[in-house]
Design a protein around this ligand. Structure first.
Ligand code: ZN
Ligand code: ZN
Length: 305
């Protein structure tokens, strides 16, 4: 009985560190799906107040629903950009006790300059074929901000997304060497559960391109971008790795790629993901022992046609 008393404190601590490091609570897929159904019902009836959206976000996060938690936190911040609890959950605190909200840690300007020189500060063009409204575009930018944080964590501070150009109502087939993410017609608001996932074409080639639903989970986007940038294959042989895919981080709670210590070789995937990356990018290290600091936030330009 004694341990019971410690559980709330322990789980609160676990959740704090979880959100800072994007670690999801592991759970069986069946339980995840049932949580998702509960979430849909709650999201349909939640009060439109910052507190209520925040509370539902907390519930979603602690039940393995990462992107759903963010959906609610973003709604809370839309109502009250200074909602302190939501800021905390999304990893922000007041910078130097001032007015600006920033994520933890300091940017290392020398390190960032070195990445830029080595072409590891990415510029992405994103094409939306449908007409996207302001609400969609603001929520979508939050997904892409998170994508930048995820890529930074996955690459141990060695690649980030410097800027993103988004354009909607585009016509004609987008050139895959320029348009890195495409949301095709009719896919703008399709949830992942209804087919709004993503795939990567031309994996590892200069003209890689991710085809995605507009509400695709950020972990899936990060997985597809790793296909594109590094040419790492899907893995189905039990590596603890983002590239094994599976359900939205349920199998891989951390944002990590397998290395020669953790990789389980199979005929279709003889090499670990890190071994493939190190071969392709001689400037990248694993583990990266440099003090790389916080990732700069992505700059957006949006052409809302
Ligand atoms: Zn792997
Ligand atoms: Zn592996």
């Amino acid at each position: 009985m004694k341990t019971f008393l410690f559980l709330p404190l322990l789980s609160a601590l676990l959740m704090l560190s979880a959100q800072a490091q994007h670690v999801l609570k592991p759970m069986p897929a069946k339980q995840w799906f049932s949580n998702y159904q509960v979430y849909l019902k709650q999201a349909a009836t939640v009060n439109n107040s910052a507190d209520s959206h925040y509370q539902l976000g907390q519930w979603a996060w602690s039940n393995g629903l990462e992107d759903e938690a963010w959906e609610q936190w973003i709604l809370a911040l839309r109502i009250d950009p200074d909602h302190v609890a939501t800021r905390k959950s999304t990893g922000f605190s007041r910078e130097n006790s001032g007015d600006r909200w920033a994520r933890a840690g300091e940017i290392n300007p020398d390190w960032i300059r070195a990445l830029e020189i080595d072409n590891r500060a990415l510029s992405l063009n994103i094409t939306i074929e449908d007409d996207a409204d302001a609400d969609f575009l603001s929520e979508y930018q939050w997904r892409l901000r998170r994508l930048n944080w995820f890529i930074w964590q996955i690459t141990e501070g060695q690649i980030y997304i410097k800027d993103i150009h988004i354009q909607d109502k585009t016509q004609g087939s987008p050139d895959s060497s320029i348009h890195r993410i495409v949301i095709p017609k009719g896919q703008l608001n399709i949830p992942v559960m209804k087919g709004g996932g993503a795939l990567c074409k031309n994996s590892g080639r200069p003209n890689w391109q991710v085809i995605s639903g507009g509400r695709c989970y950020v972990r899936i986007l990060a997985h597809e971008i790793c296909h594109g940038l590094f040419g790492v294959p899907d893995e189905r042989h039990g590596c603890y790795c983002l590239m094994q895919g599976g359900l939205y981080g349920i199998k891989t709670q951390d944002l990590v790629l397998c290395d020669d210590h953790s990789h389980r070789p199979a005929p279709s995937t003889p090499d670990s993901c890190w071994a493939i990356i190190l071969k392709r990018y001689p400037g990248i290290k694993h583990p990266n022992t440099e003090k790389f600091g916080r990732v700069p936030e992505t700059k957006f330009t949006v052409l809302d046609n």
